[in-house]
Design a binder for this molecule. Sequence first.
Ligand code: ZN
Length: 628
Amino acid sequence: MAGLIKDEDIQLVRERVRIDEVVEQYVTLRNAGGGSRKGLCPFHDEKTPSFNVNPSRGTYHCFGCGEGGDTIKFLQQVEGLSFVESVERLAGKYGVQLRYEEGAQRGPRRDPGQRQRLLESHRLAGEFYAEVLQSAPEAKVGRQFVTDRGFDQSAAETFGMGFAPRGGEALVGHLRGKGFTDDELVAGGLARRSQRGLNDVFQGRLLWPIREMTSEIIGFGARRMFDDDFMQGKYVNTSETPIYKKSQVLYGIDLARRQISGSSQAVVVEGYTDVMAAHQAGVRTAVATCGTAFGEGHARVLRRILLDHDAFRGEIIFTFDGDEAGQRAAMKAFEGDQQFVAQTYVAVEPRGMDPCDLRLADGDAAVRELIASRVPLYRFVLDNTLARYDLDRGDQRIDAVREAVGLTRAIRDKSKVEEFLREVSTKVGVDVDQVREEHRRHKPAPTRSRQTPPRSDAAPAAEQQRPAEPFVSFGAPQFADEREALKVLAQFPHLARQHLADVHDNDFTHPVGRQIWTAMTELGVPGASDSTWVPRLSDALPSDDLRRVLSLAANEPLNATEGGTAAVVASVIARLQLLTIGRRIAELKSKLQRTNPVDEPEAYNRQFGELIALEQQHRTLRDRAIGA
Ligand code: ZN
């Protein structure tokens, strides 16, 4: 089967290799008892490990998908190699000198498979570009960029940064000289065909080599340096090739892999310079997607590395911008795989700085602190949702609860829902029973598919569901005290006047009542009986609707008359203020519930003091309202 390589050398390779060592380049393994080890299968998508490796036998087997074999087979499968290529790779790693069968014409110099050729061309391209960045005069602008972003020479070397010459044929010439064919250069995404022949894909750009976990270069990320660049994007990456799959590629994974596995934490940032800045700052678990949103393919790669001890309990931390796009990205992640979401955190820089800018502004420690300040993703999404509401207003609190409760649709793990509802209760400042009730009422309509994602881009529920205020009639029962107050003000202004010092505009919550009250204060409530009061007021009102309400208030008898008019007027005004005080007490209690006395002792104590004062005021007014 081996054909070219002598059987005894293949046997030697089999004896020398450590299968767990090879597998661990791709999959994190934990001890599974009996000397065997297990991890998440690299050949099928799974969440609990069924991929077993037996180091003493030198074999692997997946109980999930049935794949299995020895180390040579593993490398063939995971890297897409031929048998001979796999043996050659292992022989190189374990120091076995291979001998080839007599008559095997192509011997050790024969052409390896396409994949190996493409990797080799990228390795050489990486060296070529790095050399240009270090020494070529035309790369000065690139070296300046590196310096301006806060990186020194050794950082640029660690990450293998390079520079593509502007000429357009330098790399093609270099690699042709190394024996690569035009087809190979095009297939690997290093060159493209034009009318003038073969040209370098990247020209006049600063480059970051993109590597696999095994450190092999599979593509490049390229940043625009010159205004006359024929490529549009500020950043351009290698397009999809046989070795470059953007849905799985994570920039920095070669450097971060070991740290991610060891610390059970991965940090996902947005750009090449952010990965560099994070690593330089000591956050060596940082990776970035390359020109594409973080998706399932990337999650699978990280999951395989993160597997740790008895269960998957790693953390994935995203540094989203606090801005719109970042929030959308967070919402998108929130709607994804829930097991994944459960370990997903968000680190948001309040000023919207990315890690690279942050490091430039505030130094390495600030980057580490940003990562340490992570919050669970679901809490980030909840906070962003609640931030759209004024939680000091009762009606807004109701709307906020309604929308927050809607987020539970994205939580597939039902045991997490109750925890979430409690958090909503604390954050909004309403009783948890009220939140549970809203949740019961909020059960998705039966016609709606369970898979339907929440409308993250639709207008907030508040805007759709809150009725426009003028359409709630002033005749509704909850405005009875406001209507009664208007009556005493229209009919007995001179008696009401002495109680008006503590009456404020917001005591009238309905716009109709408030507009009439405003007109009254603008005219000045008369201190003595005044027959021109109502006519003058009527003239001052802006609409016939308001005049009709005033006319009613001026003519309808008061609801109560016992105890004399003066006492009734005092009682009516007190009841109007009682409502306001009651609302303020409810708001303050709600705010207190949202204030952590340990974190914010001053705010808590101040609010508590206000609450005591308001309750005292409430008792006084209530006594007056009942005529005591
Ligand atoms: Zn499997």
